[in-house]
Design a binder for this molecule. Structure first.
Ligand SMILES: Nc1nc2c(ncn2[C@@H]2O[C@H](COP(=O)(O)OP(=O)(O)OP(=O)(O)O)[C@@H](O)[C@H]2O)c(=O)[nH]1
Length: 207
């Protein structure tokens, strides 16, 4: 399969994938310091957005599953783009971060389930696991969840992903974040652990 020519230098790639508007670009901005456009109209960008630091590549994949009003066909195009990108670059992708929205995730999944469809987030999670990626789930927008509801909410989210609660027994793959408040330290910790395991502590300074 043809490789992405423009990033030959990249040896260690982290991809971020998730529904439109969950905060992928905001997380990348917090991670890398790169100013990326945040809050742009969902569904406009079909191309992955890259940040290259040394041979570390951080890739923001197009958001899937737009709000109502966007044609199904466009959703399929985005999904195909994402799958093709991932398959073409699978050998350098070391970590996949599935970004979810703490507020809407459970409702959205239940809506799909009520139509007897596999929710796209779950499909992606399974796809990453099938490809053997080390997958991290970032549960973003935690600032919008009351402290008193935090544990219950996190348990419900991991359960929908097929992980038995309590969520914190999965804290080596699950990272609650609030990109807007600049709080992504649990995600950073998990990513650094992966870099360390690959003997790439030299890349710590970039994330
Ligand atoms: N409350 C809250 N809002 C957030 C957080 N992270 C991102 N947002 C907001 O959510 C909106 C979408 O953020 P983006 O970073 O553009 O989301 P995205 O997933 O890259 O969106 P697409 O490019 O459409 O796929 C923006 O208005 C952000 O300010 C967060 O942790 N908490």
């Amino acid at each position: 399969m043809k490789k992405d020519q423009s990033f030959e230098k990249a040896k260690f790639e982290i991809i971020l994938s998730g529904r439109s508007n969950v905060g992928k670009s905001s997380i990348i901005r917090e991670l890398t310091g790169k100013k990326v456009k945040v809050g742009k109209r969902p569904g406009v960008t079909l191309k992955p957005a890259h940040t290259l630091r040394s041979d570390l590549l951080v890739t923001d994949l197009p958001g899937f599953g737009f709000m109502s009003g966007v044609k199904d066909r466009k959703q399929d195009i985005v999904k195909d783009q994402i799958v093709r990108y991932i398959e073409n670059n699978a050998d350098r992708i070391k970590v996949a971060v599935l970004v979810t929205d703490a507020v809407s995730f459970v409702d959205v999944v239940e809506r799909w389930e009520s139509r007897n469809e596999i929710p796209i987030d779950i499909e992606m999670f399974d796809f990453f696991n099938e490809l053997g990626f080390d997958t991290i789930i970032a549960i973003n927008k935690m600032d919008r969840i009351k402290d008193s509801e935090r544990e219950e909410r996190l348990d419900a989210i991991v359960e929908k992903l097929g992980l038995t609660p309590p969520w914190n027994q999965w804290n080596y793959i699950v990272a609650p974040t609030s990109a807007k408040k600049g709080d992504i330290k649990s995600l950073k910790g998990l990513l650094r652990k992966r870099l360390h395991d690959e003997k790439r502590d030299d890349l710590f300074k970039y994330i």
